[in-house]
Design a protein around this ligand. Structure first.
Ligand code: SME
Length: 204
């Protein structure tokens, strides 16, 4: 992946289209949502050299910083605040040509000049958002929004896989618990505690 993420095309749409299958291959069998988001952030930054790429995760009534690449960023964002909170509230992507002209923009870095934010929707609910910042004005347009929505669909699948995996893990744990309750370990099979073992030694 690292090698193949060196792109040979200059066109941004083509670069996105080279990236998606690579990311899909990398994440297809990985059920951990956070791990997949982490690789997505790294791949986007590596492919395009964006100033900041990252995800915010919906946690109760706030967005909380998730996997990202770039300078440190604000940790929590309330619903409706900044570009990210607005995207969460409105469930639609927003492309900001000049962050200084977006009312309520949250400036995590003074170097950020333009921004694109896309929601990750699962069954109509926002579960996370993707945020990309550029240190150049008007760096994003409809092509970025369109292509990044493809990534949002992929991320929604990662989310689904992680939920399914958690359910499978929970079912397994439940089955093991039930098995242990109905088949308690026989007394002569119980491991001997070290202290007890020592006490049973001669001359102790
Ligand atoms: N600018 C965003 C905050 C997040 S940082 O850019 C990483 C906003 O206004 O929501």
């Amino acid at each position: 992946m690292a090698e193949s993420a060196l792109f040979h095309t200059a066109d941004r749409r083509e670069r996105y289209r080279e990236l998606w299958p690579q990311l899909d291959a990398l994440t297809r069998h990985e059920p951990d949502f956070i791990a997949n988001l982490a690789n997505a952030a790294a791949a986007l930054r590596q492919a395009f050299g964006f100033f900041w790429v990252g995800f915010y995760l919906v946690r109760g009534n706030e967005l909380v910083l998730g996997p990202f690449q770039g300078p440190v960023a604000c940790t929590r964002i309330a619903l409706g605040c900044g570009v990210c909170g607005t995207v969460w509230a409105e469930k639609r992507p927003i492309c900001v040509e000049d962050v200084e002209r977006f009312p309520g923009h949250i400036a995590c870095s003074s170097e950020s000049r333009s921004e694109v934010v896309v929601p990750i929707l699962v069954d109509g609910a926002v579960v996370a958002i993707l945020d990309i910042d550029s240190d150049r004005l008007s760096d994003f347009d409809a092509v970025d929004v369109e292509e990044l929505q493809q990534l949002a669909l992929m991320a929604a699948r990662w989310y689904g896989m992680s939920i399914q995996n958690q359910e499978v893990q929970q079912n397994l744990r439940n089955r093991i618990d039930v098995h242990q309750i109905s088949n308690p370990v026989e007394s002569d099979q119980r491991p001997v505690h070290n202290d007890q073992n020592l006490k049973n030694q001669p001359n102790q």
